[in-house]
Ligand binder design. Sequence first.
Ligand SMILES: [Zn+2]
Length: 429
Amino acid sequence: MLPEKESRVLGLIDENKQEIIEYLQKLISFKTVTPQDNTKVEGDDSKGLQNFVRNTLEEMSFSVDMWEVVSSELKSFPGSGDIQNRDLSNMPVLVGKLEGNGKGKSLILNGHYDVVPEGIVENWKHDPFKGEIEDSKIFGRGANDMKGGIAAMLHAVKFIQEAGVRIGGDLTVQTVPDEEATCMGTLACCQRGYTADAAIIPEPTDMKVLVAMRGSLYGKITVFGRAGHAELTQPHWSEGGAVNAISKAMKVIAALEELTDEWRTRPDKRHKFLDPDIIIPTVISGGKWQVTYPEKVEIQFGSIFVPGTRNKRQEIEEKLRNVANNDSWMKEHPPKLEAEEWSYGAEVDENEPIVKMGMAVLRDLGFEPALAGFGSLTDAVHLVNYSKIPTISIGPDYKSAHMADEFVEIEQLINTTKALALAIMRWCE
Ligand SMILES: [Zn+2]
């Protein structure tokens, strides 16, 4: 049996399902696609969405702070990646603060309102920006990742208030841009000084408590050769002969694959909730002319790694040194590695009170409580690494995240709202 005030709030959420559904439909109707580069996406209405959410927060007596981030003013730090050249104008960050009575613990609720592009519209049965309903599901880009989470967190607060439940600790709500690209919206909140005893990001987790995510490093390896006529017999390279950069690149790629195999068996790469590190060549280019030995090959790669990893670049560099040392040409003309540390992963100890509370909330709502990891990353990286805030995610199903016909099940949307409502009441009590 739940305490009476909790039952009252959950009851209100059930009675007002339709309001939460319509709110999510409205959020989906604002086009807020993350730009790939600094070119603005046509029809972008990030400001419209943020003004709409701002209004909701003000109706709930939050004091609000809305601003546009100037990325060159953000501080770089190890694991922050390349954060200086991103244009974040017209994608405002919004923070609402509701002061408690000074007794309970403080909490941040954080959600990103940007979404990945809709992709090929013909592959959608539903309009990506309408929030159409079919089979008890709401369809649209961002339905689960994560406008659904934003609708849930705002309504969790709303129905706590409508039930007349007072909370003790300060509550901060953040709606941020650019999670799908750089996570700088949240970084900007951290650097503006917003902090709390814990944070919850209702990213889709299929009603599990997400506590760990992998970091990522992206970069480029340049492999060198020496140009020469491809139809003529070439002397050894030491006597001035041509060298095929593609043949050398094959050795490098084989070494990268070996590296992934090595990581798979290394104890320090084993993680309870996450797969071991990988490195994947993703783009390759080389050679200019059919009758000329290629003198350069560029291999772009992505490497994803468990949170304990502190110098991924060095691990790759060592492997490249090894492969170069076993090849007389490459020993003298070593491959060049260029890689910016993009972001560390993040993890929160299972014994953190916020983790235990998340598990208890799920149990009380009738779910089998479970901890989970996420192979990619979320805004939690900055809350955990930069601001040292223990952060969990609890949210709806994610089966269709980033796909055509992305949807959220209405039941899961409502359950997420309930989970957040219980979490807020218990944490901030
Ligand atoms: Zn997301």
